[in-house]
Design a protein around this ligand. Structure first.
Ligand SMILES: C[S@@+](CC[C@H](N)C(=O)[O-])C[C@H]1O[C@@H](n2cnc3c(N)ncnc32)[C@H](O)[C@@H]1O
Length: 369
């Protein structure tokens, strides 16, 4: 297909993202119109390059995806969160080239963009693609992004395009006062992109959106722990009973009706903050609570019409009814509150809220009506 084909596919992609309400900022629409995405994914047909989908770039030896050019709609949402202004100095963690080019468009001639990737294959490719597409002034650095890029700091904006378990201390140090870091943060089995502003010494969230990215490698790599089909974050303790699912199942319903398609991330995080023993049923991503001899988890059944389901709780083991009462109590007490996040360094005074320990910091969750 000719260059004109790429141009019309690109226009159609921007029209689609705008019509869907994903892009609502004219500068971001302009950046998407300007950057030739197909030059960053030359191994796929034009239609694939301009579909609203992720393009896989590299897998490890076990077949796990380690690098990709991200889905345009996720990029658009994160760029809107980042609110990059002309003249901003921007650091991107995780390179593909394409997003760095979008960042370059947004930062404009007076701004500067640096992109860091841990993988030399990725930086080599990103360098070549950026040069070819006319973005030779984007700095491409091969390094562990956990440590940012001190050589070009400070930054007005840091955009992380790989799943992180915490906001690395180096990113906070390398931000200008009032600067913003946008990061896909993994907490209790769920990933959401959080835009944090630097307020004095700590970070406060300004917006969040659901997303999915490959996992961070290097010094910031993190591991979920799997125990008998249950998933725990590194900081969580828990020793569930191996055969508990074989015990008789009890079940009760909450009366809480939710839309079948509604992503229940906020509700699940609410449960994670309120229920000791919280974990996630590994196979389905379902919230659960485990004690040494019992296990409870959120269940669904058809709701008042085809588009709704009712949430309830199933449980096994001697404490089944106690756990069911706890889970139903928290399901019923959730009134659609949204989480706000803060990040404080270890040792700093913490605000009220639910605190999740990471290696270098606490993530504090607070709830707003
Ligand atoms: C989803 S891709 C980045 C997509 C890219 N921003 C784009 O333009 O589409 C995630 C990248 O993060 C990289 N990565 C993983 N761990 C990293 C680390 N510690 N530091 C820097 N890059 C890392 C991977 O090698 C991978 O290329």
């Amino acid at each position: 297909m000719t260059g004109a084909g790429a141009d019309s596919l690109r226009t159609a992609l921007v029209r689609h993202l705008t019509a869907a309400g994903t892009i609502h900022d004219a500068r971001i629409a302009e950046a998407f119109r300007a950057v030739p995405r197909h030059l960053f994914v030359p191994h796929v047909p034009l239609e694939v390059a301009y579909a609203d989908d992720v393009v896989p770039m590299k897998q490890d030896r076990t077949g796990v995806l380690t690098s990709s050019v991200s889905q345009p709609s996720i990029m658009a949402l994160m760029l809107q969160q980042a609110a990059i202004r002309p003249g901003d100095r921007v650091l991107e963690i995780g390179s593909g080239g394409y997003n760095a080019a979008l960042l370059r468009e947004l930062a404009g001639p007076a701004g500067a963009v640096t992109t860091v990737d841990i993988d030399a294959d990725v930086t080599r490719r990103a360098r070549a693609f950026l040069d070819q597409a006319g973005y030779g002034d984007v700095a491409v650095v091969q390094a562990d992004g956990e440590f940012g890029d001190p050589a070009r700091a400070p930054y007005d904006r840091i955009v992380v395009t790989v799943t992180a378990w915490e906001v690395a201390p180096a990113w906070v140090r390398q931000l200008r006062p009032g600067g913003r870091v946008v990061v896909p943060l993994r907490v209790r089995g769920q990933t959401r992109s959080v835009a944090f502003d630097l307020v004095e010494e700590h970070l406060e969230s300004r917006s969040t959106t659901m997303c999915g990215f490959v996992s961070m490698q290097g010094a910031g790599a993190h591991y979920e722990r799997y125990e008998y089909g249950l998933m725990y974050d590194e900081d969580q303790e828990g020793e569930p009973h191996p055969d508990v699912l074989e015990l008789r199942r009890e079940c009760e319903w909450s009366g809480l009706q939710v839309h079948r398609e509604e992503p229940l991330l906020d509700l699940y995080l609410w449960l994670a903050c309120k229920l000791p023993g919280y974990c996630v049923l590994d196979s389905e991503g379902v919230p659960a609570v485990a004690t040494a001899d019992s296990l409870a988890y959120v269940s669904r059944r058809p709701g008042r019409d085809k588009s709704h389901v009712e949430l309830g709780c199933s449980a096994h083991g001697p404490e089944a009814h106690v756990l069911i009462d706890r889970v139903l109590g928290q399901l019923r007490s959730w009134e659609g509150q949204r989480p706000m996040f803060q990040v404080h360094a270890m040792g700093a005074e913490l605000p009220p809220g639910f605190h999740i320990a990471r290696r270098h910091s606490y993530i504090t969750v607070q709830w707003e009506a």
